[in-house]
Design a binder for this molecule. Sequence first.
Ligand SMILES: [Fe+2]
Length: 118
Amino acid sequence: MPEFSEAFTGLAAKRKLSHNELVRAIRFMIAAEYEAIQLYEQLAESTDNELSRRILHNIAREEMEHVGEFRRLLSVLSPQDEPFYYHGVKETEEVLEEMGIPIPEAECCGEKSCGCSH
Ligand SMILES: [Fe+2]
């Protein structure tokens, strides 16, 4: 599990986070969401109990939505990071092109309850 820094302990009684501390905390939250996804999927793949498998996979997908929320929040709080992410995406896409692998487009899940415009 990610370890939380001193900035989280006793926070309400001491002081508010600085902007940079908040940005780092959001990065920690993203790591925690990915770790939760790993744990839920690993457990789902480790049991034959279908009910548990379905619930764990559903929760893992919800955690992916949380990743998206945190990533978007981070893009607002720390826009200077975005060019680095963009360059990383482009570097991977260059390798995909070199290997002749199609670049997948991001798509909505298609579920009626998701609330986005499909
Ligand atoms: Fe979450």
